[in-house]
Design a protein around this ligand. Structure first.
Ligand SMILES: [Zn+2]
Ligand SMILES: [Zn+2]
Length: 721
């Protein structure tokens, strides 16, 4: 919307696409009423808040209800938040040509500044009360938006949902401002407000030429209104979409995934027929066998490539490590080499990147690229993979070559630069995660220039972080990825959750490489994992990455599980997964122990009184908990591909704080019970089955209560296998 920064003129969609029909003011029902509380705003206009929230008005009132909804969450929300009269004239604009009135947010910034001023002049008591009050208002507004999107939109006029997106965007800005203006107030309740209220974002962006994979795994994996709104400011087929993605699927980008069997590197221009350059294999081999990183230098006199060995010490030869995606034509191996034109281009780019960071003087700089420095021969390849994390961590500069990012111009707005990186193919690839995370200095090749990542973090940007949603989302995302960067100067902490979240957006032509590409981040030797198959890699990684401990709620990560006995609690993969990251439950910080025979830990369970035959169960299944007298319904996940045990007699629950209405769980069948302590404490050995959801119901119907099964809530030690 209008409060967001504009993309460069070559990418900006222009006003028209933005305005119609997203910001049409249905009817001004604000002006004619005196200021009132947030709850009473719809009431004085003829609708109980609950009527709008449940869509329980008469069908012929739908249009009036929509107008009231819109005025309430726009003018009403601001008025209650600012505690000041909001005049529609600051936020509306009449278009005489179309005869319509539009909402805009150009004056929002001014109102926020004024709000901040009045907050800072208020007394501490007033301020505490104001913070508390806005928190209540925002919670009710965000619940209303959530209900609208998930459920009640069908009661409103069909084209209204698209107008609700502006309301979500406004609420998000107000929430961030509240957090900045009342630093002592408790944080936001919700991680995200969904900006895709019309549920049409996917189709809208497919039409604009975006890749289905990027839409699902990047844009909609974090559907913050600011991110989606900013994306909407770009015209169809913006400059950074350089390829045709019409054959891509939500879980598969047909452009980025290459067939390694038929792949050949590209020349700089299609007409070029220059010869290939290859490093001397004997030099590559001796470097790798000595545990060193082989790097390439191109001599001035001829085009022969020489190889020097990079020892891992401080006065070693500096080199630039190249981070790239294979789909752009720079993939190969030492034995095959790359076209001479590409090697010369890489050499030049490496020199420019080094000069960008360290200034002039170094006219020759060695460089490392997988296409020349990783041999195909299995044993050398295995050792080179083991050196991968060190290769990028020890590089003086990590240089990013990506066609989309390469379209940027030096003078483009900072948010556009950041957004282009955020949606680029480069950040959607598996291997580039580690390459960027361990980089000391990260440089992007852009159009006729180099962009140092430090240029992105200007003082203005740093000041806006935490206050402005778009800046916080985009720049915060990059900051979490630069754990080793020299300027941020932070201790290197790698957290499995964060890695899972980042991997859920990424994919690879060889999914089984997943663990090879992240083991180094956790200080593990990736070469140990090379001889194993994908399942063995995952299990070994989970066992070794944090001394046999994993969060207890890792078992609830959606998606397929490993298939071998004892490992069936473990996720099959993290990349391109359904949900971002480990679901965070109340027990998130608790740990379970990975053992070869299963996962040992303590979980909240619903222990069933009798064994049920899983396949013939209806869904939902009614239960009564004998110890809490609660009535519960279990819905089985019929879509799960997990082989379920034929029976179940226990449900492992993600959390049970007695408050959540819907709790994810996993069906289980108890095979044995063993004593583990002197005080008679026992462990249940459980075969895990398919996922399900437990819902609490206040009251079951009589007929359901009659058929309900009996069960008991209990904390139990379990060995899941
Ligand atoms: Zn694609
Ligand atoms: Zn060539």
């Amino acid at each position: 919307m209008d409060h967001l920064p504009r993309p460069s003129s070559r990418n900006y969609c222009g006003d028209a696409a933005l305005r119609v029909p997203r910001a049409i003011l249905l009817l001004n029902v604000h002006d004619d009423y005196p200021p009132t509380t947030f709850e009473d705003y719809p009431v004085v206009r003829g609708f109980a808040a609950e009527t709008l929230a449940k869509g329980s008005f008469q069908p012929e009132q739908a249009q009036t209800a929509a107008s009231t909804f819109q005025n309430w969450l726009f003018f009403g929300l601001m008025e209650a938040t600012f505690r000041n009269r909001v005049h529609p004239n600051d936020f509306i604009e009449y278009d005489p040509e179309g005869g319509r009135t539009y909402l805009h947010t150009r004056a929002l910034q001014g109102h926020l500044v004024e709000w901040e001023g009045r907050v800072s002049r208020s007394t501490p008591t007033e301020r505490a009360e104001w913070a508390e009050q806005t928190s209540v208002i925002f919670k009710s507004a965000s619940n209303l938006l959530e209900d609208f999107t998930s459920n009640i939109h069908r009661f409103y006029p069909k084209d209204f949902a698209v107008q609700v997106e502006l309301l979500a965007s406004l609420l998000e800005v107000l929430e961030y401002s509240r957090h900045a203006f009342f630093p002592d107030a408790p944080p936001r309740n919700k991680d995200n407000i969904n900006g895709d209220c019309s549920l049409n974002f996917k189709n809208e962006f497919l039409r604009k030429g975006w890749c289905a994979y990027t839409i699902k795994h990047v844009l909609l994996s974090n559907p913050a209104p600011s991110i989606l709104d900013y994306a909407r400011l770009f015209k169809s087929h913006p400059t950074f979409i350089t390829k045709v993605h019409k054959d891509c699927q939500p879980d598969y980008c047909a452009v980025s995934n290459v067939d390694t069997a038929t792949y050949t590197p590209k020349h700089v221009s299609p007409e070029c027929e220059c010869e290939y350059l290859r490093p001397k294999m004997v030099e590559i081999e001796s470097a790798i066998n000595a545990g060193c990183i082989p790097v390439i230098a191109l001599t001035n006199t001829n085009e022969m490539v020489t190889v020097s060995a990079q020892w891992q010490n401080n006065d070693a030869t500096p080199y630039v490590a190249i981070s790239h995606v294979w789909a752009e034509g720079l993939g190969s191996c030492s034995e095959k080499g790359l076209p001479a034109c590409q090697v010369q281009k890489l050499n030049k780019a490496a020199r420019e990147a080094q000069q960008k960071v360290y200034g002039v003087g170094d006219n020759t700089i060695a460089f490392w690229i997988d296409a020349l420095c990783i041999p195909e021969s299995p044993d050398l390849r295995r050792q080179a993979i083991g050196l991968m994390e060190k290769t990028y961590a020890n590089a003086s500069v990590v240089l990013v070559l990506d066609e989309s990012i390469g379209q940027l111009l030096p003078g483009d707005p900072l948010h556009e630069k950041m957004f282009t990186i955020y949606v680029s193919s480069w950040v959607q690839r598996l291997w580039t995660l580690q390459e960027m995370m361990v980089a000391r200095e990260l440089v992007f090749q852009i159009s006729n220039a180099m962009l140092d990542y430090q240029e992105l973090f200007t003082e203005d940007i740093v000041n806006l972080s935490g206050r402005d949603p778009l800046t916080t989302e985009l720049f915060g995302w990059l900051a979490t990825l630069l754990m080793n960067s020299s300027s941020l100067n932070r201790p290197r902490i790698v957290d499995l959750d964060m890695i899972i979240w980042h991997l859920s957006r990424r994919t690879s032509s060889r999914e089984s490489d997943e663990i090879l590409a992240i083991a180094g981040l956790f200080g593990l030797d990736a070469s140990d994992y090379v001889p194993l198959d994908a399942e063995e890699r995952m299990f070994k990684f989970l066992k070794e990455h944090a001394e046999t401990r994993v969060p207890t709620d890792l078992i609830f990560l959606p998606g397929d599980k490993l298939s071998r006995p004892g490992h069936r609690w473990a996720p099959r993969k993290f990349i391109a997964s359904e949900k971002s990251g480990t679901p965070k439950s109340k027990f998130h910080d608790e740990r379970a122990a990975v053992m070869d025979v299963g996962l040992f830990g303590r979980w909240q369970c619903l222990v069933l009184k009798e064994k049920l035959v899983t396949n013939s169960l209806p869904s939902p299944v009614p239960f009564v908990a004998s110890n809490t007298e609660e009535e519960i319904v279990i819905e089985l996940d019929r879509t799960s591909t997990m082989e379920r045990p034929e029976y179940m007699d226990l449900i492992v629950l993600r959390e049970d704080d007695g408050e959540s209405d819907r709790v994810p769980g996993l069906a289980g069948l108890v095979r044995e019970e063993e004593e583990i302590g002197e005080d008679g404490e026992t462990v249940l050995v459980v075969d895990l089955g398919s996922p399900l959801v437990l819902s609490r119901r206040k009251k079951l119907g009589n007929s359901m209560a009659l058929s309900a099964h009996l069960a008991t809530f209990k904390q139990r030690f379990l060995l899941l296998r």
